[in-house]
Design a protein around this ligand. Structure first.
Ligand code: ADP
Ligand code: MG
Length: 273
């Protein structure tokens, strides 16, 4: 003796009301299998709920990726660690899991000349952290400074800073370009002080600390900012020649080698440099 079936239209309405789109999509197939194979009711309910939860986690990560403004192509998978032998891959991988540094509100600092791969490596860490469930914002430092200054002018700075709190990590790209002649940058100091030991920052800069006098309005503030940033920090010094220049000259060398028939003498001369 079978019990009467539940009205499918009403089921659809309720699942919509409860915002369970995955169950709404999957239940007819699951119910059919369950009937055919004689599943226990708990198995059917469990299977549907597990799918809803998994899809929800996936959508959340997609939302986090979209709000992060990370370049989708700059990931760990596309980063060639052999180009920066002084950077420990194991150390980067540890940061990329989130580990304890985000909980501590610690800082990561990436220094190196233009083209060294700082922005790429910072983005790659950001993507991995999003995969691990964290929320990340990637921004050019100058852009964020401008936004915060506008907020200050309309007396909204505290709420603007509070809004940034939802991010476990803010990647401030190109700190050295947020110069004081561009604008008065004490908002940057306020961001650093506000997040200190609570929320993490990852900063990329062409110049290490000695060149930061231009970044903040006065030397006292520069010292105070650096003091907070280095207190709990990981520093990567990426002192390598520009990746673009190196890959361009590799291509050129390859072409030269090919056109010279790769004869041994010429091969030896092109190997240098
Ligand atoms: P920086 O921020 O230090 O000026 P970028 O991260 O913007 O340098 O790197 C410049 C270009 O070279 C980018 O297109 C980047 O993807 C690429 N690049 C730099 N380093 C690497 C690397 N180690 N592996 C792969 N691509 C790299
Ligand atoms: Mg950069």
């Amino acid at each position: 003796m079978s019990t009467p079936a539940y009205d499918a239209g009403r089921l659809a309405l309720m699942l919509n009301e409860l915002r369970l789109p995955t169950i709404a999509r999957l239940w007819p197939g699951f119910a059919e299998r369950s009937d055919k194979e004689g599943w226990q009711a708990t198995r059917l309910i469990g299977a549907l709920l597990e799918h809803e939860l998994a899809e929800r986690a996936k959508r959340r990560i997609e939302r986090h990726r979209a709000e992060s403004h990370l370049d989708p192509t700059k990931t760990l998978a596309t980063f060639d660690f052999s180009m920066v032998p002084m950077v420990s891959k194991a150390h980067v991988m540890a940061l990329a899991t989130g580990d304890s540094w985000l909980e501590k509100g610690a800082t990561a600092l990436l220094f190196g000349p233009p083209g060294a791969g700082k922005s790429h490596l910072g983005s790659a860490i950001g993507h991995a952290l999003i995969d691990a469930g964290y929320r990340v914002l990637f921004t050019r430092t100058s852009e964020l400074v401008q936004k915060l200054q506008a907020a200050r002018q309309s007396l909204q700075l505290p709420s603007a800073l509070a809004k940034l709190d939802r991010f476990d990590l803010i990647i401030l790209d190109d700190l050295s370009y947020a110069r004081k002649d561009q604008a008065e940058t004490s908002v940057l100091f306020e961001l650093i002080a506000e997040r200190y030991e609570r929320r993490s920052l990852l900063i990329t800069a062409n110049q290490p600390f000695s060149g930061w006098n231009d970044v903040f309005p006065d030397p006292g503030m520069t010292v105070a900012a650096i003091d907070r940033l280095v207190h709990h920090s990981t520093i990567f010094e990426m002192n390598v020649e520009s990746y673009r220049r190196r890959t361009a000259s590799d291509k050129q060398n390859n072409r030269r080698r090919q056109s010279s028939g790769d004869n041994q003498q010429q091969g030896a001369t092109t190997m240098t440099g």
